[in-house]
Write a protein that binds this ligand. Structure first.
Ligand SMILES: C[S@@+](CC[C@H](N)C(=O)[O-])C[C@H]1O[C@@H](n2cnc3c(N)ncnc32)[C@H](O)[C@@H]1O
Ligand code: SF4
Length: 449
């Protein structure tokens, strides 16, 4: 790696799953504002639902998600009840019956819900919303905690895509991250999913993990490929022990440094491409006939809180503790504390604790950042024309882009910015040029790679 690029790989930058990013949310968005936003939604446009389940059976030391460990089933049952209540409240607050294009269950481990609770929540959604043609109903599952019966229930609930957490297949790395998961356990989950008609399968892999080598990442990629998932997400471990104290269980000395991380990411990407996957944006790979590849080719790929998505809906409604909704007027996040969330919902109140209203300038910058994150290229003039702004709008950004062009991060031609292929992992550093909130106090991010 060229020395002049190390500073960019080391730089702390947001993941840009939203713009403005979550650290800039404030209590300016509350339940009343959220209710108004819901009322103003255009019934002609479909929406999407994100349901968050913040429970797992065991803590993975690397985990950056909003989750809590429980050995009991009762708290999960109680939480499922709150989810149903929030959905009923949502149905009442919407101006009419809507179509839904995507339902995404995330976590934590949403497959931890009992089969009965999962099916009853999906039934509630089915009864009160219509689905668009080809609607996606996706769930994140932990292969260690799903048996054949649970997978049968997911299929019965209408799931047609599953993401499986894997990370790395080497038992040494698995021990260092407190997540021991044999290849056979993963294989069994994949076979059960396919046997139940859930044929769209994603794998989550990670690089930059403790005691992990480049060979481990490549081997994990090869073993993953033998199970033929349609999509693979390859996430760089974001080590943020100041935010997640369990990450302190990972010894700093066991973590690969910047140069090794770049090597992990690049060699895994090379291997995935060799095996027939197409690289998408920062961290995704998909087989050519997967609809994420088609979305990329058709310039329809989008980015939301779950990362890259083929979902075209302008509105994503967040349901559950800590979930974030993205509405045309702005972002709204539910209370993170499970207990507080449940208290509020069971009191018949929404549980919005913060968010941000977005103005036209935010929308312009968001579109630039989203196009860069998805396509690695953006025509600034096209976006400025769309929003009726003069070319001079980005004059300050242009001069910063020119500096990045000199060090080989991008090409700037006729106001089109294109991130260079060999530095695609630095796309977030290019996005940061357009982020006017960066450096305004809030937020401390993980590094670029
Ligand atoms: C909600 S989990 C997936 C479902 C299930 N809980 C499981 O782990 O099998 C989402 C994914 O986020 C990724 N992830 C979690 N913490 C991360 C971190 N600190 N940095 C980067 N990726 C992370 C992992 O790849 C993980 O599989
Ligand atoms: S990675 Fe998945 S299973 Fe592990 S603690 Fe996080 S959410 Fe739970």
């Amino acid at each position: 790696m060229e020395n002049n690029l190390v500073q960019f790989y080391d730089a702390a930058v947001p993941r840009y799953t939203s713009y403005p990013t979550a650290p800039h949310f404030s209590p300016e968005v509350d339940n009343d504002i959220y209710r108004n936003w819901l009322q103003e939604l255009d019934p002609a446009k479909p929406l999407s639902l994100y349901l968050h389940v913040p429970y797992c059976r065991q803590m993975c030391w690397y985990c950056g998600c909003h989750t809590k460990i429980t050995a009991q089933d009762n708290p999960i049952k109680f939480y499922a009840n709150a989810l149903r209540s929030e959905i009923r409240m949502l149905i009442k607050a919407l101006p009419t019956r809507f179509s839904v294009s995507h339902v995404h269950w995330g976590g934590g481990t949403p497959s931890i819900l009992s089969s009965e609770d999962f099916i009853s929540i999906m039934d509630l959604i089915d009864q009160n919303f219509d689905y668009t043609q080809d609607a996606e109903r996706a769930i994140e599952i932990d292969p260690r905690t799903v048996d054949a019966l649970k997978i049968e229930a997911l299929a019965k609930g209408g799931v047609n895509r599953a993401s499986l957490g894997i990370q790395d297949f080497n038992p040494v790395v698995q021990t260092a991250i407190n997540r021991v998961q044999s290849f056979d356990v993963t294989k069994q989950a994949v076979e059960n999913l396919r046997a139940n008609g859930i044929t769209h399968i994603n794998f989550d892999l990670m690089y930059g993990l403790p005691l992990q080598s480049s060979d481990d990442v490549r081997r994990t990629v090869e073993l993953s490929h033998s199970l033929q998932p349609d999509r693979i997400a390859l996430f760089g471990y974001a080590h943020v022990p100041w935010m997640k104290s369990h990450m302190k269980m990972i010894q700093d000395g066991d973590l690969p440094g910047t140069v090794a991380r770049v090597e992990h990411a690049k060699s895994a990407a090379e291997e995935l491409i060799r095996l027939g996957y197409q690289q998408i944006g920062l961290d995704h790979f998909a087989l050519p006939d997967d609809n994420m590849c088609k979305a990329l080719v058709g310039n329809n790929l989008n980015r939301n809180f779950q990362g890259y998505t083929t979902d075209q809906s302008e509105t994503l409604i967040g349901i559950g503790a800590s979930s974030i909704g993205s509405l045309p007027q702005g972002y709204a996040q539910n209370i993170v504390s499970i207990h507080e969330y449940e208290r509020q919902i069971l009191n018949n109140e929404f549980a919005i604790s913060k968010g941000i209203m977005i103005n036209t300038e935010d929308k312009i910058r968001r579109e630039v950042i989203e196009r860069l994150m998805c396509d690695l290229t953006v025509d600034l003039d096209d976006i400025l024309t769309k929003f009726g702004k003069p070319k001079s709008f980005f004059s300050e950004e242009i001069s910063r882009l020119q500096s990045l062009e000199k060090v080989g991060l991008l090409v700037l031609k006729d106001n089109r910015v294109t991130v260079e292929e060999d530095v695609r992992f630095l796309v977030r550093n290019v996005c940061a040029v357009f982020d006017t909130y960066l450096g305004t106090g809030a937020g401390r991010y993980s590094r670029a790679i």
